[in-house]
Write a protein that binds this ligand. Structure first.
Ligand code: CDP
Length: 236
């Protein structure tokens, strides 16, 4: 069957990665978490003194970009690919609230975006990919056959992210998570380079009142319909 590209964009903590993983598994596609790549660069910046207190040494980070190698390795037990920074598995370290507090600032830097977008486009060059992020349908894969835009109320999203962090054993408070979600949405939507917007032709998925199962069924149905449509077009 013909393979397509599925781009999933949307606000923070809308469950993009959950549905993207489920979809990739069901279709036998590769899942790429582009947010993990921005988080990895942020972790590198924090570890190497380019982010201290509220100070971000953008030039310093850009000068080191060639030393940042991000890769993904599939973990059979988890059923998805974990992210590696210069050979180190950092899947857990990048999901903290500290990294979340700086990642959107790092993601405004055009040099960072340029390098990561190139790598993302390369991951998807053979199609059969589900990628989630903020600029996948607008910049990374503007020709993606299926574009989804996920949204939900800020409070619902913050509650989901808070539960996730508590479950991991992180000591966070709901208010801080809510502020982070709102701040990131603002920075991501108003930055100059590749702001988060709904790509033309996207299907909007407001999952405020959807169960995970309902959301998955909805998205899978659209994906299967699109795959059949593209397949038929190719045969004619
Ligand atoms: O999962 P969550 O919604 O918390 O965010 P993420 O997908 O892990 O992305 C973290 C941050 O990376 C976002 O808030 C954006 O600032 C940035 N990002 C981006 O600018 N472009 C992307 N394609 C993906 C993420």
């Amino acid at each position: 069957m013909t393979k397509i590209t599925i781009a999933i964009d949307g606000f923070s903590s809308t469950g993009k990665s959950t549905v993207a993983k489920q979809l990739a598994k069901a279709l036998g596609y590769v899942y790429v978490d582009s947010g993990a790549m921005y988080r990895s660069v942020t972790l590198y910046a924090m570890r190497n003194g380019f982010i201290e207190a509220d100070c971000f040494d953008e030039e310093g980070l850009v000068s080191q970009l060639e030393h940042i190698k991000i890769s993904f390795k599939f973990n059979e037990d988890l059923g998805f690919a974990e992210v590696y920074l210069n050979g180190e598995n950092i899947e857990k370290q990048i999901r903290t609230l500290e990294v979340s507090q700086f990642v959107s600032q790092v993601a405004t830097v055009s040099e960072v975006r340029e390098q990561l977008v190139k790598q993302q486009q390369n991951f998807g060059k053979d199609k059969g990919v589900v990628m989630d992020g903020r600029d996948i349908g607008t910049v990374v894969f503007p020709d993606a056959e299926l574009k989804l835009f996920m949204t939900a109320s800020a409070e619902k999203r913050a509650k989901r992210r808070y539960d996730e962090l508590i479950e991991r054993g992180d000591d966070v408070c709901y208010e801080d998570v809510l502020i982070n979600v709102q701040t990131r949405d603002h920075i991501d939507s108003t930055r100059e380079d590749s702001p988060l917007t709904m790509a033309e032709g996207s299907i909007k998925v407001d999952n405020s009142n959807m169960t995970l199962e309902e959301q998955f069924d909805f998205v899978l149905k659209h994906s299967e319909e699109k795959i059949i449509e593209v397949h038929k077009k190719k045969r004619h």
